[in-house]
Design a protein around this ligand. Structure first.
Ligand code: 5GP
Length: 225
């Protein structure tokens, strides 16, 4: 029901020129051995900030025991409600650059002025043991992963409207006004990329969105529960 729907008439106006919000790179070497992607599946989940992806992903992990989430490295500063190694692996620019040089990232990107990277060894190990891995990454990272691993399933979480997205960002109180403006501007560009995803889930009702997300994972993995 949600597979590759047209989002032409969703949220107006979404047809702004795409912003270059991130430079993303992927470590293609990881996918040279077909074996790596055959076992578990990669699920990429993207959403504009404030779309409720964190809550949805947490719920999904509780329900699907064969799924694990990859924790990204980031150079962003810790927010008040965050914990190192629980939300991200927070590192300095120097540590991030060294990891990048060693090709430790499956893909990496610069988003809102900070670097983010998906640890390649974590993803590889989990896939090899038959686990499916969820990557919660931005639109450019998602495109790179899909190119390198066409079997990856791309899911975009859509906010009910831009107004609602703004309300949620303001309620979060974790960003300054300028950051909120930037996040909203970026959201328009990200939403315009949603048509490239395999699935779009509209988060206007949390329990429905949660159910749809689980149905997607079950149908892609050929599993239930
Ligand atoms: P935030 O700082 O608000 O948690 O995340 C900002 C953006 O960076 C979000 O779109 C998030 O999905 C994305 N992001 C987080 N980790 C990664 C990563 O490892 N790679 C890429 N490409 N994007 C990421």
């Amino acid at each position: 029901m949600w597979r590759r729907p047209s989002c032409k008439n969703f949220l107006s106006p979404v047809s702004q020129p795409a912003l270059v919000v991130a430079q993303a790179y992927v470590n293609y070497d990881l996918f040279r051995q077909g074996e790596v992607v055959k076992k578990g599946k990669i699920f990429v989940i993207s959403a504009a900030s404030g779309s409720g992806k964190t809550t949805l992903v947490r719920g999904l992990l509780k329900e699907c025991k064969n799924l694990v989430v990859s924790k990204s490295y980031t150079t962003r500063a810790l927010r008040a409600n965050e914990k190192n190694r629980r939300d991200y692996i927070f590192v300095s620019g120097k540590v991030f650059a060294a990891a990048r040089k060693k090709k430790a990232f499956l893909e990496w990107a610069k988003v809102f002025g900070n670097y983010y990277g998906t640890p390649a060894d974590f993803v590889e190990k989990k896939l090899k043991t038959g686990k499916s891995v969820v990557l919660v990454i931005d639109v450019q990272g998602a495109a790179k992963v899909k190119k390198a691993a066409p079997g990856a399933v791309l899911i975009f979480i859509m906010p009910p409207s831009l107004r609602e997205l703004e309300n949620r960002l303001r309620k979060r109180k974790s960003d300054r006004s300028a950051q909120i403006k930037l996040r909203l501007k970026t959201a328009r560009a990200e939403i315009a990329q949603a048509k490239r995803y395999d699935y779009i889930v509209i988060n206007d009702n949390l329990s429905r969105a949660q159910r749809q997300l689980k149905e997607i994972v079950d149908s892609e993995c050929g599993t239930e529960g």
